[in-house]
Design a protein around this ligand. Structure first.
Ligand code: TYM
Length: 337
């Protein structure tokens, strides 16, 4: 039996090329060889202030985006986290297994709370425990993610191991499957920061959206920050070019040294124009398919409910075992009044 994979994405606005290169295109590849579970994590999206209507809309839009990227609900299980209540239930049990110290060390929490840990929501602190519940519920081996999620996957392993040794072997230990190229795509206007959905709200030119129109993509790439030199080369002292070459390499499947040879002596202008063409060629089919799918949001929601039914059937035996081993006992079966 092939290894089971699980991954998630937050419905917090339009996805960007970093999501695509770091995670989504691997989701698409993996669904052929593995039993794949892909989850739109709406409960995680509540860890920052949210508007209920916007959350609902973004959840449907995220489904369209994932399908447009090539996630296929016939070859994988695509669903919304809150549709399967076991995620929240297992999170509670794991919260009681997790330690303050290990959560305090999470880099994402430190970044998002920006040192104001007294005033941010508690959900932001326990975020990685919910993420652990997501994966452990499905006994997944592989977690295809970008580099920024490595620490969260290590925490899941630690929690699974602790639970297994305290209560008996219940969970598979997952591992992060991080791509060799493009695991951390940086912002176009600042190569010291990763490209991120939240930064794109205040600095739109920092990232390339998956559903952005070609003219806008081209403009952003042409005005992406570069150093004052002329040499199209990756490596020390050239973080901007390294990032642009990485994007090129990932979407064309051509190694960076080959691109360096191709663009030797051609200058940044010609290189950026070629990169813009490559990005537009990769993203244009995604944008068109996304728009088509958004023409029938009802159909997307029906597809998500079917996915949740399949997911719930796989999650339930794990949750039953957890309940039994931790002394909670079986769930009540409610008889209709
Ligand atoms: P999210 O929604 O922030 O990101 C979705 C995926 O995109 C990857 N990613 C990137 N990869 C390369 N370069 C970038 N600049 C970049 N930005 C984002 C992320 O690594 C991620 O794989 N916590 C997760 C969601 C989650 C999850 C899970 C993931 C919830 N439960 C269980 C795996 C398993 C997150 O915030 O993803």
């Amino acid at each position: 039996m092939s290894k089971r994979v699980f991954s998630g994405i937050q419905p917090t606005g339009q996805g960007h090329i970093g999501n695509y290169i770091g995670a989504l295109r691997n989701w698409v590849r993996l669904q052929d060889e593995h039993e794949a579970f892909y989850c739109i994590v709406d409960l995680h999206a509540m860890t920052m202030p949210w508007d209920p209507k916007v959350l609902r809309r973004h959840t449907t839009e995220k489904a369209a985006e994932l399908l447009a990227c090539g996630v296929d609900p016939d070859r994988s299980v695509l669903f919304v986290q809150s549709h399967v209540p076991d995620h929240a239930e297992l999170q509670w049990v794991l919260t009681c297994v997790a330690r303050m110290g290990e959560l305090r060390r999470m880099v994402q929490f430190k970044d998002r709370s920006r040192g104001e840990s007294e005033s941010v929501g508690v959900g932001l602190f326990t975020y990685p425990v919910l993420q652990a519940a997501d994966v452990l519920l499905y006994q997944a081996h592989g977690v295809p993610v970008g580099e920024d999620q490595r620490q969260h996957v290590e925490l899941m392993r630690d929690l699974a191991q602790r639970f297994n040794s305290n209560f008996g072997v219940t969970f598979t230990l997952p591992e992060a499957w991080i791509p060799e190229v493009g695991a951390r795509i940086m912002a176009l206007d600042d190569p010291t920061q990763k490209m991120s959905k939240s930064d794109m709200e205040t600095r739109p030119s920092s990232g390339l959206m998956l559903t952005e129109d070609p003219a806008s993509l081209t403009k952003k790439i042409k005005s992406a920050k570069t150093d004052s030199g002329t040499e199209v080369r990756a490596g020390d002292g050239k973080p901007e070019l390294t990032n642009l070459l990485t994007i090129f390499s990932a979407i064309e499947g051509v190694p960076v040294p080959e691109l360096e040879t191709r663009f030797a002596g051609s200058g940044y202008g010609a290189f950026k124009a070629a990169l813009a063409d490559a990005v537009v060629a990769a993203l244009e089919p995604i944008r068109l398919r996304y728009e088509e799918l958004m023409g029938d949001p009802g159909e997307l929601d029906r597809m998500l409910f079917k996915g949740a039914e399949k997911a719930a059937a796989v999650a339930a035996p794990t949750m039953d075992a957890v309940r039994e081993r931790t002394g909670l006992g079986p769930r009540a079966v409610l008889t209709p009044q």
